[in-house]
Every structure is written in C-alpha cells, then in structure tokens.
Design a binder for this molecule. Structure first.
Ligand code: 6CS
Length: 312
C-alpha cells in the first residue's frame, strides 16, 4: 500500500529533507511505501491542503502562512518577535510547547487534520530592492507575504504595502517589479535564487519560519495502533533530523549567495533599529485577538508561557 505525501518545497529543500527522512523510516520499518509530491507537482500550497482534506493525499506539509484562513489561531506564528531566536531555545520550544503539542492538534482536528508536528525552517529575512533600516524605508514598497491575514497586518504595521501571493508568483513578481521585496528563511532565498531579483538582505529578527506536518484525520484514525505508532516514530526521527540538518544552514546559504552575487548587501539591524519593528508587534497582537477571540488569546498566552519556559 502506498501513502501519498505532498509538501510546499523542492525535494532538496528543508520540507523535502524532512519528507525523505519520514519516507525512509516508514519504508525501512513496514511494508508501506510513501510517494512524495514536491512543490509544483500537485499545485500550490492551498491545493495540496484541499487534496489532503478530501483524502486524495494522506499527508501534507503546510506552513501556517497558508493555513491562517482555515485555522485563524495558526496565525499566531506571525505575531512579530514572539518565538525564541534560532538555536537550542527555539528547538526546545518546538519540542516542549504545550500550544504546539496539545492545543493546536485540537484545532487542526476540527478541520479533518491530524497535526503530527510543527518544526522551524530558519530565521526569516527580508530580501528587497531597496535598503531597509526602518519602517519608513518600507513605505510604498509592495512586499510579498504568504496569504495569511495576520502576516498582511504585520507588514502593514511595519509600514509596507503587503501583497499576499502564492509562492509560485514570487520570483516573476520580483522580476517584473510588481513586488519589491519578500520574506523567507535564508536557505530558501538561496535555493530559489530570490537573491537574483533583489539586492538587499535584512535581518530584522522578527520571526522564524514555522511549518506543520499533518495527516488526513479519517485516514489516520482508521489505522491500527501499531501503524499510528509507526507514523509517530517516523515523525520523531524526521523532526530530530531536520533540526540537526539546519544547524549552520543560514550561514552556509548566505555564503553561497555571496559567492554568486558578491554585490548583495547584507544588513543585520541593530537592537536600536529593531525597536520600531518590535513596537509594531503590539498592534499585530491586538489584531490577532480581534480575529480569534478567547481561543486565540488562550493560544497566545500559552505560546508566551512556552517561550518563557525555554528562554528564562
Ligand atoms: O514563501 C513561501 O511561500 C514558501 N516559503 C517556504 C520557506 N516554504 C514554503 C512556502 O511556500
């Protein structure tokens, strides 16, 4: 029997590395096989989510950046400066977070999804055509974001003109100057060659890219306990692997970019320069609560408690 698994990136990008690890484990420890569908083979992120909810796919990797319309609480990942910075604290956060491991599975379940894990994909940087030192520099700039209402709100609070687009339109949009910038983790800026169509990379420290791996819930519930355990074990192995795999990835991706394009400007904002972006977080948080009510408030409070537990 074959399980079908789609994800939002290429086979050699982070989600693809995770998927291959999952596949290897399942195939080495059972008679099941796993068929992988990288980005582009079955459509955009929204398409593979629909196919999973419909049961055409058994597994899907979709980032909260695209799940926000379906599960409004998943937008919490776009409150700026909420997650711990990269490194051991961030990894511990994902391992131990009550919000991620206990609360979110209930919310995903309401949409026919068995949330199996969430994992980070690296610090988010802005790549733009103009330098960004302050929110004023983003004025009048169309900055592409994933199709997530709260992420739109963040970039509005940062002073930009947020432009939500599916991934497939980003490179062309930058090339034709329909958009003047975007945000993503460094490995993705390198692998998708977004540095070719932008001139500045800015580290603002406002977020880490989070993604989520899940199964169709009816499919999962219909499996034997042993098979469910097999899947959970495979997820644990892939989770550990993907954290290890990403150690140093931001740095090596940046090196590769600078080798191909030495004139690329890389700016790490100082604490002082970050402050106005941090100040914007407050209004984004308020908007999140307005969108999600008590349920969002409970998630946000728990996320903060989970963060404090690993950073204090
Ligand atoms: O920006 C995006 O749309 C994409 N970014 C990453 C790192 N993964 C998948 C997603 O589609």
């Amino acid at each position: 029997q074959t399980w079908r698994y789609a994800f939002e990136e290429a086979i050699d990008e982070v989600q693809g590395v995770f998927a291959q690890q999952f596949q290897d484990y399942i195939e080495a420890n059972s008679d099941y096989s796993v068929q992988l569908f990288p980005f582009g083979t079955l459509g955009e992120s929204d398409d593979i989510m629909e196919q999973t909810q419909a049961g055409i796919l058994q597994f899907v990797n979709q980032s909260p950046g695209f799940t926000g319309a379906l599960i409004p609480e998943a937008q919490v990942f776009f409150v700026p400066y909420l997650l711990p910075q990269e490194g051991e604290a961030l990894n511990e956060f994902f391992r131990n977070s009550v919000a991620i491991n206990e609360m979110f599975p209930e919310l995903y379940a309401q949409h026919g999804l068995e949330l199996l894990t969430m994992y980070p994909e690296g610090e988010v940087v802005m790549t733009t055509k103009q330098p960004v030192r302050s929110p004023a520099d983003l004025n009048e700039q169309n900055i592409r974001v994933m199709t997530n209402p709260l992420l739109v709100e963040s970039y509005r609070a940062f002073g930009a003109v947020p432009t939500p687009l599916p991934w497939g339109e980003v490179y062309g949009g930058l090339q034709t100057n329909m958009i003047q910038g975007q945000e993503n983790p460094m490995f993705f800026v390198e692998s998708t060659r977004m540095y070719e169509v932008t001139d500045y990379i800015t580290f603002t420290g406002h977020n880490n890219f989070t993604t989520a791996f899940m199964a169709n819930k009816d499919f999962f519930d219909g499996l034997s306990e042993d098979d469910q355990q097999l899947i959970r074990d495979a997820v644990e192995v892939a989770f550990d692997h993907i954290l290890e795999y990403q150690d140093g990835l931001t740095e090596s991706a940046l090196e590769t970019i600078l080798e191909s394009k030495p004139e690329m400007e890389v700016v790490i904002l100082s604490e002082e320069e970050r402050q106005p972006f941090m100040d914007a977080a407050e209004s984004v948080e308020a908007e999140f609560i307005r969108m999600t009510g008590d349920s969002g408030q409970a998630i946000l409070d728990q996320m903060k408690a989970d963060r404090d537990a690993v950073t204090d």
